[in-house]
Design a protein around this ligand. Structure first.
Ligand code: C5J
Length: 222
């Protein structure tokens, strides 16, 4: 059977489903719903909603095709011992990491705001990687999980494009993974950063990887 070929920029890429993982970055209530971390930083969280549908379609297609699916969440221990003071103190947010908001303590593990949104809830057996930083490789066991499964390519969705998606793609690219970012399944509070972020990935012959869209992934995995 021929391997799925995903139409992408800067060029189409063939994947081996057995060696490809879908990584969904930080589709958490804290970033997507009012009253969470994203909103405390002054952002319009409604801007991220457009990514939910495409992300769901990629997730369904990946599950049907038997790809490994891994979810990530950004957040900290309740005692904040893994939250750098520089991160907590930065800016002038309405509430800081660890403060009590309408969805529990902001960006703290175990709180309602830390949960992945119900539309993209992890299925049994799909690992959830909790990360203290922006990149999903930093201080996590993600790399070990990927190597143990023989993964060589990553389909990447999630939020936000220029922050946690980009940081993770850069980390993955340096570790030798082929990264295919699903542009419409990513979102940003800044549409111009979203566009620029995607362009940066595919520029220079794909300096960080490939950029595609949800429809192309679904077609390739059918
Ligand atoms: C941010 C993230 N934007 N998941 N986190 O702080 O992109």
């Amino acid at each position: 059977m021929p391997k799925p070929l995903i139409e992408a920029r800067p060029g189409a890429i063939e994947i081996d489903p057995a060696r490809t993982a879908l990584i969904i970055i930080d589709m958490q209530r804290d970033f997507l719903e009012p009253g969470g971390f994203g909103e405390t930083l002054g952002n319009d969280v409604g801007l991220l909603a457009a990514a939910i549908g495409p992300c769901g379609r990629v997730l369904e297609a990946a599950r049907r095709a038997g790809l490994a699916v891994i979810h990530t969440r950004e957040g900290h221990r309740p005692d904040l011992s893994d939250a750098p003071p520089a991160k907590i103190e930065r800016g002038a947010p309405a509430m800081r990491i660890g403060d009590l908001g309408p969805m529990g303590r902001i960006l703290v593990r175990g709180e309602p705001g830390h949960e992945i949104i119900p539309a993209l809830a992890p299925a049994p057996g799909e690992p959830v990687v909790d990360k203290p930083g922006k990149g999903a490789f930093y201080q996590t066991d993600l790399e070990l999980m990927l190597h143990n499964r023989g993964i060589e390519a990553l389909l990447v969705c999630g939020v936000t494009t220029e922050v946690c998606v980009h940081t993770t793609v850069r980390e993955a690219n340096d570790r030798g993974f082929r990264c295919i970012v699903v542009g419409d399944a990513c979102g940003s509070y800044f549409p111009e950063f979203h566009e620029a972020g995607l362009r940066m990935i595919a520029a220079q012959g794909g300096i960080f990887g490939w950029v595609t869209d949800a429809a192309a992934v679904v077609r390739a995995l059918e």
